[in-house]
Ligand binder design. Structure first.
Ligand code: NAD
Length: 500
């Protein structure tokens, strides 16, 4: 059985903890590898390598860092098919979706290539006689990144390119469920010329994360994953005096107003709900239909489309949706469908009985559509993270807004309408970090920042874009006096320095 290990100081580091976990091909259900799970001592080795590398990397010129990032961008682009195949093999998502993930990750590397512009400071000259003031931003040191299973390449790429471009060094702890993509990302960084220790990967689970949170040489932690763990990571980082951004789960609502083009709305809802088998933090999980007529017409359209989706292995080009990540997760997601029926929802499409011929052992689950879902039902209250789309019916825009703003999460949301005024009102009134207007998955481009509100993000900074640069740097203000030699004044003055 293949063993997946750590990557420290630009070299593979075999695990020595004696602990490992299984990695599956979700399309067959067969185990394909063992992943080493790091002990605290192995985490310490990675942090030590990063700490050592920081001593010189922090001083590497912007020209040099940029040159390496450009080379990295080219290497990633050249290896995007290979990366996508690795993602499909361990996550299960269809190849086109995996390629899309890589493309969105590449955007952040492209952003990082513009680091000389992003890191420009500010200068005020002659604030007083012969006195100038400069504001600069400096790297933090060793930064840790902890990432979820659902985007094994894109989410790490949200973090380390920006962190490294800012002059930090990085220790990545990817999901133990699909750990291979991170190793290819790190190997390509080595091939691009990044010095040993600048980007390290430790495989592992909770003990590895807890050591990263406690390690005195880790300056900051970026986390993306579920809400309970995000909350715990924020607390752990704070306890140890670290800067932290911890992105959590979501329940994203798509509001459909009566004037919307319902065919367009239905197409978009299907894509955003069932793409990547619903295992996206920006997936649409609740469609909110305003008015019974809108609800009836929309549900009919959604049902027709949902029944026609082609579900199969991710490496089959005809598949539109792949399997879920594990057998346990499939069982958990499937259980929401009968529970919703018992709690009073209408199960319009029930995908729980799906079998994919030739792939009976795979973790496949058909798509389900639940109508007349209400806030007290489990299917509404929980983040399901699978191919189950809920439809909630409301009588008015105000009722819709109250429902959406009553959610404990605030990651993404969308409105579908032809009415610009209604859309404008929604974008100002809704409590969510990312809003789409006739755009179902409003993941910001690389030069804006990504992040939700409420229980979808713990911390003050969103990831990548300008906020990513701020998160991975700290400010310093330098006040200097270089008197003109021709007019230099001297003398003693014990008064508080004032500007004149
Ligand atoms: P998860 O929280 O189970 O795991 C995320 C990471 O934390 C993994 O690296 C895992 O090894 C580690 N981890 C797990 N339990 C831990 C613990 N008790 N202590 C310390 N570390 C622990 O999440 P997941 O199942 O891998 O990913 C799915 C979740 O991620 C969903 O809730 C989804 O909404 C969320 N997500 C959010 C965003 C966002 O941008 N807000 C993006 C992607 C995924």
């Amino acid at each position: 059985m293949r063993t997946i290990s750590h990557f420290v100081g630009n070299e593979t580091l075999s695990g020595s903890s004696g602990r490992s976990g299984p990695v599956y091909d979700p399309a067959t259900g067969r185990q394909t590898a063992e992943v080493d799970l790091a002990s605290p001592a192995e985490v310490d080795r990675a942090v030590a390598a990063a700490h050592e590398a920081f001593r010189s990397w922090r001083g590497a010129s912007l020209a040099h860092r940029t040159a390496l990032l450009f080379r990295y961008r080219e290497l990633l682009h050249a290896h995007r098919e290979e990366l996508a195949r690795l993602i499909t093999a361990e996550h299960g998502k269809v190849h086109a979706d995996a390629l899309g993930e890589v493309a969105r990750g590449l955007e952040i590397v492209e952003l990082a290539c513009s680091i000389p512009t992003l890191l420009k400071g500010e200068l005020s000259t002659q604030v007083s006689n012969g006195v100038d003031v400069a504001s600069i931003r400096q790297p933090l040191g060793v930064v840790a990144g902890v990432t979820p299973f659902n985007f094994p390449a894109m989410v790490p790429l949200w973090m380390f390119p920006v962190a490294i471009a800012c002059g930090n060094t990085f220790v990545l702890k990817p999901s133990e469920k699909d750990p291979s993509a991170s190793l290819l990302l790190a190997a390509l960084a080595r091939d691009a010329g990044f010095p040993p220790g600048v980007l390290n990967v430790v495989q592992g689970d909770r003990p590895a994360v807890e050591r990263l949170l406690a390690h005195p040489d880790v300056a900051a932690v970026s986390f993306v994953g579920s809400t309970p763990v995000a909350r715990a990571v924020q607390r752990g980082a704070w306890e140890h005096g670290k800067r932290v951004q911890a992105l959590g789960g979501a329940k994203n609502h798509m509001l459909v107003l009566p004037d919307a083009d319902l065919d367009v709305a239905a197409d978009n809802a299907i894509n955003a709900a069932y793409g990547s088998a619903g295992e996206r933090c920006m997936a649409v999980s609740v469609v909110v239909a305003v008015g019974e007529a809108t609800g009836d017409a929309l549900v009919a359209r959604l049902a027709r489309r949902a029944k026609g989706l082609r579900i199969g292995p991710g490496d089959d080009p005809s598949s539109e949706m792949g399997p879920l990540i594990t057998a346990e997760h499939r069982a958990r997601v499937a259980a929401y469908v009968p529970a919703a029926r018992e709690q009073g929802a209408e199960v319009v499409v029930d995908g729980t009985g799906l079998v994919v011929p030739g792939h009976e052992g795979g973790f496949f689950l058909g798509v389900s559509l639940l109508d007349r879902v209400t806030p007290e039902m489990d299917a509404y209250r929980d983040e399901i993270f699978g191919p189950v789309l809920c439809v909630a019916r409301v009588a008015s825009y105000d009722e819709a807004l109250a429902l959406i703003n009553g959610s404990r999460w605030g990651n993404g949301t969308a409105v579908f309408t032809r009415d610009g005024g209604a859309a404008r009102r929604f974008q100002l009134e809704v409590e969510a970090g990312m809003v789409g207007v006739n755009v179902p998955i409003p993941v910001p481009v690389g030069y804006h920042s990504f992040g939700g509100w409420k229980e979808s993000l713990f911390g003050d900074h969103h990831v990548y874009g300008p906020e990513g640069v701020r998160f991975y740097t700290r400010g310093k203000v330098i006040t200097s006096r270089w008197p003109d030699p021709a007019t230099a004044e001297g003398g003693i003055n014990l008064g508080f320095p004032s500007n004149h």
